[in-house]
Design a protein around this ligand. Structure first.
Ligand code: GLU
Length: 895
């Protein structure tokens, strides 16, 4: 009685805090999936006390068995009518699944499944099993990374072929044999396995149901196709559930894939107790569908909790015949799709179509130590991250390139990849020659691999911003359509995200291909060329100023006022030779290096004259020297000298310019922040129909054809090649950037390090330079044009070149002005002192006379007292310039 009361209290507690809802399950009888379903529900009900995410929910499980496909619909309807079912789990069977799925669709009841399915699921179905398409991709990735060049697929059903979909596409009638062999339904697979052995095939992919996998492997061992010669990929996510010990020591390279990693489990999800109940020793033996069912119940529980908190909708019974539907079914489905948790099978997250997204698969190998991790494949990036030990294996040469054949994608571009000029028909690799072709040949000699060239797409590779897909050679590599790609393929940051490159085998930068500057016809006025316009103008101004200054200083300088009649001791007037005309005549005479009769007398005027002569000396010599250079050197017409010139001329409509459509050069301008390059990008983008070309060759032809009307932006290495052959073309300006060409390959290509080392070796031994010389300067018309662009040139002298002379002259002028002032003041002081006249008055008189700027004869004031003798004065006696003038009777009346 006590026990009954206790149970009553216990259950009332349970039901008061949580309302029970039913989870329907459809499974084969006595299947582990059903057990997992029931145990998972038990665990959720238990965990709700400890976990906030599961609180207040209580599930009851109702299971029906799906043995009879015809009764399944009826059984599901009965279940829905009798219980408050909020979701249906299963069935695993494909035929039953269709029925259940359509009932769930009609009645809006979420349907959660965990089985391999190649169909796109319907509205309410949510599938935890990785989608067939994703699985197909991982096997293609593995086969490509292992570099298998042929293989045999052993399969047992059409589903297997769907899973192998991408691998089958690798088949190529010309050189990629893929053999398909059906295992048969008899249970004896030895016949077909022997045929594989006899064919000599070493690479085998096995895709069969888990039920027969063990037998197939055992028989494969018996017939001897699991030897150390063989490489086997087993396409089953349940490989680890088998007893693999018999195959551990075969020496075969045994690879598999798993989603459930028993060594990396969340402690919260460990359910040893449940495993024991299922009769399993550990998690690794749990079949995938059972593990997924466990995860399915767990994510449903969490989603249901959120749904309950948000929607407050109750479950109810539903009647199939009344076409009844549950009003909350769709929103519950949406809650499930939104959930993101870590389960037994890794991260569980859904795509809108109800399949899992962002999951990872382990690539495992089987050897003496059991199952070991090789790498992790990510469904989002479709990339394999190899485990450290595997990387070491790769670098240590376990994955040797020797004797392997690689498909090398090329794009025809001179001189990297060219068709041989020959009258006989050539086939295979023999059709091609060029710099890149030689590089691959040299690499193959070092690394002992074989290669086949295949012409790839013309475009080298750009990402479509909308779809994120790559085109060109890069896209082809990513789609496994080739192993390596080589041409003038520029290494860019964008491309590095999609593929890997070797280190650069050539360095270059963007430059301008344009017609060579033409020689200017000799100019009639070439004599003005030695000086720039500024210098000529300055020279003229200086000449005028110095002449005027000489005139003024001449008037100020007392020594310049001389006795016109030396025989008359006390002349009434004094005369000045530095009239305005004479001053100009003196300076021009000196400049022309002809001299004149006028010779300055005073220290200041001589100072000025000396400065002017120095000025003339330097300028005339500079002029003569530069004129000689100008007359001997041919001047050239250079309409464009840099990218800035090109941008300006393009905007003015004087010169058109373009680049290769979608090439790295165009992308450089597209991505640049520099204002000139942005302008150039806008120009090219706006006029793309008229200025862009499909390849470099078309660009070159346009530059030749439009003779100065078109410039082509291209990479310096290709310009150098053209310069050797088209003598009318040249490279303008320097390089706008620095970059290199590399050999492209898929991401994580296992031989990248080996290729890098080999490229480095080619560089260090000078072989790359030799090849460059061969293809640039020797073959195919190389060395035709000798570069005369670097010849002597002469430029006009600017003010910067001759500014110093102007400075010296200015200083000379200043000093002579100062000297004149001193001389004049001294003379007035002397006169005023001797003649007892006020200094100020004398000074004003003198200044007034000078300021008149007229008359070259000056009366001698206060003659009666002028018996002074300075010894230096020129007012009496013989003039200091050393000759005695012949005196005529003419009297100057100017005074
Ligand atoms: N090397 C360039 C590329 O990889 C093509 C030529 C160019 O753009 O100048 O895209």
């Amino acid at each position: 009685m006590r026990i009954q009361i206790f149970l009553l209290v216990f259950w009332s507690c349970v039901y008061s805090s949580a309302k029970r809802v039913t989870l329907g399950g459809i499974f084969p009888e006595n299947d582990l999936t059903e057990k997992a379903f029931n145990l998972a529900i038990k665990k959720v009900n238990r965990d709700r006390h400890d976990s906030e995410d599961l609180s207040n929910i209580f599930f009851v499980n109702e299971t029906i068995h799906d043995e009879d496909v015809f009764e399944i619909s009826q059984n599901v309807c009965t279940l829905l009518r009798s219980s408050n079912v909020v979701a249906l789990f299963g069935p695993q069977d494909r035929a039953s699944s269709g029925h259940v799925n359509s009932i769930c669709d009609t009645m809006d009841v979420p349907n959660i499944v965990a089985r391999w399915d190649s169909d796109l699921v319907r509205m309410n179905a949510i599938n935890l099993y990785p989608h067939a398409e994703s699985l197909s991709l991982i096997y293609l990735n593995i086969v490509t990374q292992f570099n298998w060049k042929s293989f045999t697929i052993l399969y047992d059903s059409i589903d297997g072929l769907i899973r192998m979909n991408y691998l089958l596409k690798k088949w190529d009638s010309k050189g990629y044999p893929v053999t398909l062999r059906h295992l048969g339904n008899t249970g004896n697979y030895r016949g077909v396995l022997k045929r594989v052995k006899n064919s000599g095939e070493e690479n085998i992919v096995i895709d069969c149901s888990l039920k027969i996998l063990d037998d197939v492997l055992k028989q494969a061992l018996q017939v001897g196709i699991l030897s150390d010669r063989h490489k086997v990929i087993v396409n089953s996510l349940d490989l680890q559930t088998l007893d693999l010990e018999p195959y551990q020591y075969t020496g075969a390279n045994f690879t598999g894939v798993r989603i459930l990693n028993p060594d990396e489990q969340d402690p919260a999800l460990i359910f040893d107790h449940e495993l024991a109940e299922m009769g399993l020793e550990d998690l690794s033996k749990l079949p995938l569908e059972a593990a997924l069912m466990f995860d399915a119940v767990y994510i449903f529980a969490r989603a249901f909790k959120r749904f309950k908190d948000a929607v407050k909708g109750d479950a109810r019974t539903l009647d199939c015949t009344a076409l009844d539907s549950w009003e909350h079914g769709t929103s519950l489905s949406n809650f499930i799709r939104d959930i993101e948790i870590k389960g037994l099978t890794g991260l569980i997250k859904f795509h809108t179509n109800g399949f899992r997204s962002d999951f990872q698969l382990d690539i495992v190998k089987l050897d003496e130590n059991g199952i070991g991790l090789l790498g992790i494949w990510n469904s989002t990036s479709n990339e394999i991250e190899w485990a450290k030990s595997q990387e070491t294996a790769i670098t240590e040469g376990e994955m040797d390139m020797a004797n392997q054949t690689f498909k090398v994608l090329i794009a025809l571009a001179d001189p990297y990849n060219m068709l041989k000029e020959s009258s006989t028909k050539r086939t295979g690799n023999d059709r091609y020659e060029g710099f890149a072709i030689d590089i691959i040949q040299e690499l193959s000699k070092i690394l002992h691999f074989n290669y086949t060239f295949e012409e790839g797409e013309k475009s080298y590779g750009n990402e479509d911003p909308k779809t994120g897909k790559w085109d060109g050679l890069i896209g082809q590599l990513m789609r496994f359509e080739g192993d390596l790609a080589i041409t003038d393929l520029t290494i860019t940051a964008e491309r590095e995200k999609a593929v890997d490159f070797t280190m650069p085998f050539m360095n270059l930068g963007i430059s301008i291909l344009y017609k060579k500057p033409t020689k200017k016809p000799p100019s009639l006025f070439s004599f003005v060329s030695p000086f720039s316009e500024d210098v000529w103008i300055s020279l003229f101004i200086t000449f005028t100023l110095v002449s005027l200054l000489l005139f003024i200083i001449g008037r100020l300088c007392p020594a310049e006022w001389t006795n016109p009649y030396p025989c008359i001791e006390e002349p009434e007037t004094l005369q000045n030779q530095l009239t305005l005309q004479n001053s100009f005549w003196f300076t021009i005479g000196a400049f022309m290096q002809q001299g004149s009769e006028i010779a300055p007398i005073g220290a200041s005027t001589r100072m000025l004259a000396g400065s002017w002569w120095f000025f003339c000396l330097i300028l005339i010599n500079s002029y003569t020297a530069n004129l000689a250079a100008f007359l001997t050197v041919e001047t050239t017409d250079k309409p464009i000298q840099s990218a800035d010139d090109l941008a300006t001329k393009g905007d003015q409509g004087l010169v058109k310019y373009g680049a290769k459509r979608g090439g790295a050069t165009f992308n450089f301008f597209k991505g640049s922040n520099d204002s000139t390059y942005r302008t150039m990008y806008r120009y090219m983008d706006t006029h793309k129909e008229h200025v862009m070309t499909d390849d470099n060759d078309m660009g070159k032809s346009r530059v030749i054809k439009e003779d100065g009307g078109y410039a082509f932006l291209m990479e310096s290495s290709s310009i150098e090649y053209i310069q050797q052959r088209e003598c009318g073309l040249t490279m303008i300006g320097g390089m706008l950037d620095q970059k290199g060409y590399g050999i492209a390959m898929r991401k994580y290509f296992p031989y990248r390090n080996k290729l890098n080392t080999a490229v480095l070796y080619l560089q260090e031994t000078g072989l790359l330079s030799q090849l460059k010389k061969k293809w640039w300067e020797e073959k195919r018309g190389g060395g035709k044009c000798t570069d005369d662009a670097g010849g002597a040139s002469a430029g006009e002298l600017t003010l910067d070149n001759v500014g110093g002379v102007f400075l010296v002259l200015s200083i000379g002028c200043a000093v002579s002005l100062a000297l004149t002032t001193i001389e004049m003041l001294w003379d007035i002081l002397w006169t005023s002192h001797n003649d007892n006249l006020p200094f100020k008055e004398e000074l004003i008189e003198e200044i007034k006379f000078v300021a008149k700027c007229k008359g070259t004869v000056k009366p001698v004031r206060n003659r009666k007292d002028s018996s002074r003798s300075t010894g230096q004065s020129t007012r009496d006696g013989t003039p200091p310039y050393g000759f005695v003038p012949i005196i005529t009777t003419t009297h100057d009346n100017d005074s």
